[in-house]
Design a protein around this ligand. Structure first.
Ligand SMILES: [Zn+2]
Length: 417
């Protein structure tokens, strides 16, 4: 793929002029000399979106086709690069482009690739300021009344909060790993109840970072002690690891992936994918975990009482071995939504042998892609009589047909990868 300079400014009050970019993923690190494979995607256009409180977000647009715009949003302490990683055979971006979707990767205010990630934010900020600006920008640029969304982890939490706060213009969404309700293992509960984020603030650590070797930030001279102490965290034998970045990731968020679901090259590039997470964001996340559902940063039950606002087709994907947010979390969300809207609009799939973020950039990330595509193509078949069922790249399974069989049998589970 060659660099491109053909990016015309988009329409929309919040969107500013674009600038050229190449199809190689953004590195954000001048010392990074790793050779990357070219992506099987159109050359991207970068767009800056300014929120109502003046924060600049980034939308990276890949004009993959005419099957409708899809907005992809990442989790906390990472960036949109989780969707365009070149160390796996086919990433989410490439899959969606290959199937004709118009892909928009959003880096919102906590993205480790934006300067704003160095400041303190809550999930309320993301939900009520970033999502409206980004969705409006994509709608204005594409002329579509409503767009699709694929949202992961903190991106899904904040997306659902945005919906419950009144976000408009979403036709359907795939929510990965978490949504409105949060159930965690006892180890996470213990960490939350000891108010770890509060202690970090008292220690004057504005943020935690997964990056090492020159990126210790506020840790400074404590870095070595910190990394050595993380070796004491007990893990199952198959998940023990010598990577300092990997151990920091597990300490900050819980174990996010099954090692055997990651390519060796992906594991070796974790330092590119994970970075800083502010204590304010972690604090708010801890408050949400203590309440067992999304609440405002001050603990006010502002969101879940408005479940009537989430009456769109939603698909929930959960890794069976997710020990960060247990699969019971999305089961609780589906039950709560179904009580309000009936069960017809909601699907939930528990993916065997997957953890949390390996559903996005594991060896067979196409599992996630195929669910997104099949949801959208299902809607297309209903609306315009076109489209076709898509197969999972990893096993060839016809997802739409399989989903119907699972639904008929009442299992609501998929086997894939
Ligand atoms: Zn590891």
């Amino acid at each position: 793929m060659s660099p491109t300079g053909s990016s015309a400014p988009l329409q929309g009050s919040h969107m500013t002029a674009t600038h050229p970019a190449s199809s190689a993923p953004y590195t954000g690190d001048a010392r990074d000399t790793r050779v990357r494979r070219p992506l099987r995607a159109p050359d991207p256009e970068l767009h800056t979106v300014t929120t109502s409180d003046g924060v600049e977000l980034r939308l990276t647009h890949y004009a993959g086709g005419h099957r409708g715009p899809v907005l992809l949003t990442h989790g906390l302490g990472v960036s949109s690069r989780i969707f365009s990683l070149d160390t796996i055979r086919t990433n989410v971006l490439e899959y969606l482009c290959a199937h004709g979707f118009d892909v928009w990767l959003l880096d919102y205010r906590v993205s480790i690739e934006l300067p704003s990630s160095a400041r303190q934010w809550t999930a309320d900020d993301v939900a009520t300021k970033d999502y409206p600006a980004a969705v409006d920008a994509v709608r204005a640029a594409t002329g579509k009344r409503a767009i699709h969304a694929l949202v992961h982890c903190y991106g899904s939490t904040t997306f659902c909060m945005a919906m419950l706060a009144g976000l408009e213009g979403i036709a359907s969404a795939v929510c990965s790993q978490i949504s409105t309700h949060v159930i965690v293992p006892w180890t996470t509960r213990a960490k939350v109840h000891t108010r770890m984020a509060d202690m970090l603030r008292l220690a004057q650590l504005g943020a935690l970072t997964a990056r090492v070797d020159g990126y210790e930030g506020a840790l400074g001279p404590l870095k070595r002690t910190y990394d050595q102490s993380l070796r004491l965290i007990p893990f199952p034998a198959e998940e023990r690891c010598d990577s300092a970045v990997c151990r920091r990731v597990s300490f900050m968020y819980g174990r996010l992936y099954q090692h055997d679901q990651l390519d060796v090259a992906t594991h070796a590039t974790l330092h590119e994918l994970f970075g800083v997470a502010s204590t304010t964001a972690l604090e708010h996340l801890a408050t949400i975990i203590r309440h067992g559902r999304v609440v405002a940063a001050d603990g006010e039950d502002r969101y879940v009482p408005r479940l009537e606002r989430m009456g769109i087709p939603l698909t929930f994907i959960h890794g069976e071995r997710n020990v960060c947010f247990l699969p019971a979390s999305t089961a609780a969300t589906v039950a709560a939504l179904s009580a309000v809207h009936g069960p017809e609009r909601f699907e939930r799939h528990v993916v065997p042998n997957y953890g949390h973020i390996d559903c996005i950039f594991g060896k067979n990330a196409a599992v996630m892609c195929s669910r997104t595509s099949s949801r959208i193509s299902t809607r297309r078949r209903r609306s315009d009589g076109g489209g076709r069922a898509l197969a999972c790249l990893s096993c060839g399974r016809r997802w739409v047909r399989a989903a119907r069989r699972a639904s008929a049998s009442g299992t609501a589970r998929q086997r894939c990868g």
